[in-house]
Design a protein around this ligand. Structure first.
Ligand code: NAP
Length: 254
């Protein structure tokens, strides 16, 4: 029997990149996966097509996060998608993966950018969980995608790193509160992973080499490197792990 058979998972930002990798892996493990995205319909369609082709169950739902009414839109679309699949409103797994990056050192940080990054990366995971708790079954799993930069000093990612530090504290604090319901809350912290988020930095052979050299394995991460760890954390095997920050950076900047 597959590890996640009979489970329902919501993965935010699953149309592309790491989120797509997580959605594919959870579906391969037997979960019905809600593939959330914001704007890129084509990418989400492709992800849904790939999962279904491999025999997985999933559906796409669209909602821009970090704007007023976002959570209502997300859960409205989730409920509609679940009903179409003949599934109930209940959830077993929430993966907060959607985020935006920014690069600016202290001298050039703008207040509007700060507000936007915090709204998408820190506030929306909180609100997604808040509403999700009305649907998450006891014994459920929450995984928040943080970043290695919340525990390394990279001055050019100041605001992004601050937003991920908020995610780390959300994880730790909620793990305590939700333990009574048997719900685990953990964070995974990738280093550089080859996705659209850092395509510009990888666009030259020198850039690619420099990013690869940050890992002791001398390569850039792949979405599956992160997805495989998320799959473990949401499985029954990880029932005794909660409130943890799991570094999934290939030993970056050790
Ligand atoms: P990505 O390739 O840029 O994909 C981002 C995903 O999030 C897309 O599905 C996008 O939807 C969605 N998204 C972005 N802004 C959104 C918004 N305002 N509302 C709703 N959805 C939104 O990103 P990634 O590199 O896979 O990153 C995934 C996670 O890993 C993020 O939390 C990121 O901070 C973290 N991370 C990434 C790296 C890395 O090197 N890539 C390293 C450390 C941590 P659309 O497709 O519709 O645009």
């Amino acid at each position: 029997m597959l590890a996640l058979a009979g489970k329902t998972a919501l993965v935010t930002g699953a149309g592309r990149g790491i989120g797509r990798g997580i959605a594919e892996r959870l579906a391969a493990d037997g979960a019905l996966v809600a593939v959330h995205y914001a704007r890129n319909d084509a990418a989400a369609r492709e992800t849904v097509g790939a999962i279904r082709e491999s025999g997985g169950r999933c559906f796409a739902l669209r909602a821009e996060l970090g704007v007023p009414g976002d959570v209502e839109e997300l859960y409205g679309a989730l409920d509609a998608g679940l009903a179409e699949q003949g599934a109930g409103r209940g959830l077993d797994i929430i993966v907060n993966n959607a985020a935006v990056s920014s690069s600016a050192r202290i001298g050039s940080v703008e207040a509007d950018t700060f507000d936007r990054i915090m709204a998408v990366n820190a506030k929306s995971p909180l609100l997604v969980i808040q509403e999700g708790l009305n649907r998450l079954r006891d014994g459920g799993r929450i995984v928040n995608v943080s970043s290695a930069v919340s525990r390394r000093a990279l001055p050019e990612t100041l605001v992004y790193a601050m937003s991920k530090a908020a995610v780390d504290t959300l994880t730790l604090t909620l793990a305590k509160e939700l333990g009574a319901r048997g719900i685990t809350v953990n964070a995974v912290a990738p280093g550089f992973v080859a996705t659209d988020m850092n395509a510009r930095r990888r666009s030259t052979p020198q850039g690619e080499k420099a990013l690869a050299a940050l890992s002791v394995f001398n390569r850039i991460g792949r979405p599956a490197d992160v997805a495989d760890v998320v799959a473990f954390l949401v499985s029954d095997d990880a029932r005794w792990i909660t409130g943890q920050y799991v570094d999934v950076s290939g030993g970056s900047m050790l």
